[in-house]
Design a protein around this ligand. Structure first.
Ligand code: 5GP
Length: 352
């Protein structure tokens, strides 16, 4: 293979502390890093230990990091369950919307091959997050904006944050108009609240993979189409989208260049303090009734956030803790402002 020495940048998808690594030949020579860090690979001469440094670090001395292949192999052997256990996050969306986010054909295939891998005792190491090769990306002035994806557990305040950001600058931000098969209410107009379509057309569109996500509620379909994202971007706006974390991988393309933000709940003590008088849209009943938070809601929010972070943490570009709403909003706004000017790192896999 042609030498890529010193030219390859990778995003670490796991935390690494050489002091904790029994396999490293010399702990002092190791380079510690956190998930999300950008590293510059200086040498891949050794199959097991690469030499790397933190991107932008002026110190020319590189440290040892486990090679991708080595890390994948030992992770797969140590934690085979991460490969064979499909996601079990509740599919509850706020406002009582739930169930039946069907796996795409691709998902099904991946899951199937994972199971088959287990049987034959050969793990599909590509599913073990280790490193991702990245390249610097800066939006050109005349280039379309990108997608801002928000993920987080029910009740964390994701919709509130999205709404605040949208109204803070409606020239700059936009949101998608969902499709529905339910009848239009008198005060609604087509293309504003929803795009109203027939069940037959909805089903055809599902078949043709037109939706990034969809589900059923009270005998009607609701969904967000890929084209509805495109039409926001075509207006040269940042498209704000909240989705279940498992859909993120389908959005990770050069066209959308998603910047993924995880909205995380604070500690349970802080939840009790800050959400004392707040309300959650109940998803336990189909009425979508608005009720005060219960202790159970808090616990479920924390648990769901933990599952999301452990399963999808490697896809998050940024984590914002929604303790105080105003502070979380300011952090969100600053994050999007920075996207306009700073260099970001996108996976090279998006380029081909
Ligand atoms: P309604 O019919 O009262 O406007 O909405 C019914 C439910 O559908 C609400 O709980 C709303 O949050 C949900 N919903 C609206 N649009 C979408 C969508 O695009 N995708 C999903 N999954 N749910 C939606």
């Amino acid at each position: 293979t042609p030498s890529k020495e010193g030219k390859m940048f990778i995003r670490a998808l796991f935390d690494y502390d050489p002091k904790e690594d029994k396999a490293i030949p010399c702990k002092e020579a190791g380079l510690s890093f956190r998930r999300g860090d950008i590293l510059q690979v200086m040498s891949q001469d050794d199959a097991t230990w690469w030499q790397a440094k933190h991107e932008g670090d002026a110190n020319p001395r590189a440290g040892l990091i486990p090679s991708k292949h080595f890390q994948e192999r030992r992770l797969a052997l140590r934690r085979p369950e991460i490969l064979v256990q499909p996601l079990k996050v509740s599919n509850r969306k706020s406002s009582g919307f739930r169930r039946s986010f069907r796996l795409s054909r691709k998902d099904k295939k991946t899951n199937k091959s994972m199971y088959e891998c287990k049987k034959s005792d050969q793990y599909d190491t590509a599913d073990v997050p280790t490193y991702e090769e990245v390249t610097p990306y800066r939006r050109q002035t005349n280039e379309k904006y990108r997608l801002g994806v928000l993920v987080g557990p029910v009740g964390v305040g994701l919709n509130e944050l999205k709404r605040k950001l949208l109204i803070s600058d409606t020239q700059h931000y936009g949101v998608t108009v969902p499709h529905t098969t339910r009848a239009r209410r008198s005060q609604e107009s087509d293309g504003v609240e929803y795009i109203f379509i027939s069940k037959h057309l909805f089903e055809t569109d599902v078949q043709n993979n037109k939706f990034i996500e969809y589900g059923e509620y009270k005998n009607n379909y609701y969904g967000t189409s890929i084209d509805s994202i495109r039409s926001v971007l075509a207006k040269n706006k940042v498209c704000l989208l909240d989705v279940q974390p498992h859909t993120v991988k389908h959005l990770r393309t050069l066209e959308f260049k998603p910047y993924v933000i995880f909205i995380k709940p604070p500690s349970i003590e802080r939840l009790r303090e800050t959400r004392k008088n707040a309300k959650i849209i109940s998803s336990r009943d189909d009425q979508g009734a608005v009720k005060p938070f219960t202790e159970e809601d808090f616990q479920e929010m924390i648990k769901s956030a933990q599952i999301m972070e452990s399963q999808y943490g490697h896809l998050f570009d940024k984590i914002i803790i929604n303790d105080d709403l105003t502070e979380a909003f300011n952090e969100l706004k600053t994050t999007f402002d920075k996207l306009e000017t700073e260099t970001h790192w996108i996976p090279v896999s998006w380029l081909h």
